[in-house]
Design a protein around this ligand. Sequence first.
Ligand SMILES: [Zn+2]
Length: 202
Amino acid sequence: MPAPSSYPVPLEALLKELRRLPGVGPKSAERMALWLLGPDTERAFSLSSAITSAAEAIRHCAKCGFFSCGEICPICADPLREGREICVVEQATDILPMEKTGIFNGRYHSLGGKLSPLDHVGPDQLRIGALLERIDTEKPSEIILALSADVEGGATTSYLAEILKGKNVPVSRVAHGLPAGGGLEHADALTLQNALSGRSKV
Ligand SMILES: [Zn+2]
C-alpha cells in the first residue's frame, strides 16, 4: 500500500477552512486541527456550535454597524444618546474599546474599513452614504473622526472632513496617539481618553 500523500478527506477539508481564517497559514492550521481533534472531541463540537450560534444570531446594527442580535444595537436604541456626538470608527471592533472607557456617551458609526487604493477600497466600499443619512435624520451635535493614525486612516479622515463640510454639523478629529496601523482596537483606555479629550476641530 503506497504511503498517503495527504490527510484523510475530512481533515483536509477542515485544514482548508482553517487556512481561510485571517493570519492563519498551513502550519497554524495543522496545529489548530491537532488541538481540535485531540483526545477531547468536545473542543471541536463546542467550537462548531459556538460558530453556528453566532452566525445565526449576530448581525450588524443597521445604524452603526456594531454587532447586534436585533436590527438595531442597544447603543443606537438608547434614547439618552439621541442627538449627541457620533464617533466614526473604522471597524465594528473599534466600538467596544471606546465604549469601555466610559467617557463617551454618544453613538458610533463603523465605516467598515478605510480608504486604501492599493486594496481597491474607495469611498463606495465604505459606509459613508449611511453616515450622511444618519446626520440628516439623527441630527448629532458633533461628528468625531476616530480613525487610525496611519496613511490610510489620515486619508480617510481628510476625505470625510471635506465631504462633511456640506453638512451643518461640527466635525472634529481625535488627537494623534492612536497606534498606527492598529486603530482603536489595540489602544488602551488612557490613550483613548486622551485622544478623545484632545480632539480638534477640522
Ligand atoms: Zn448600533
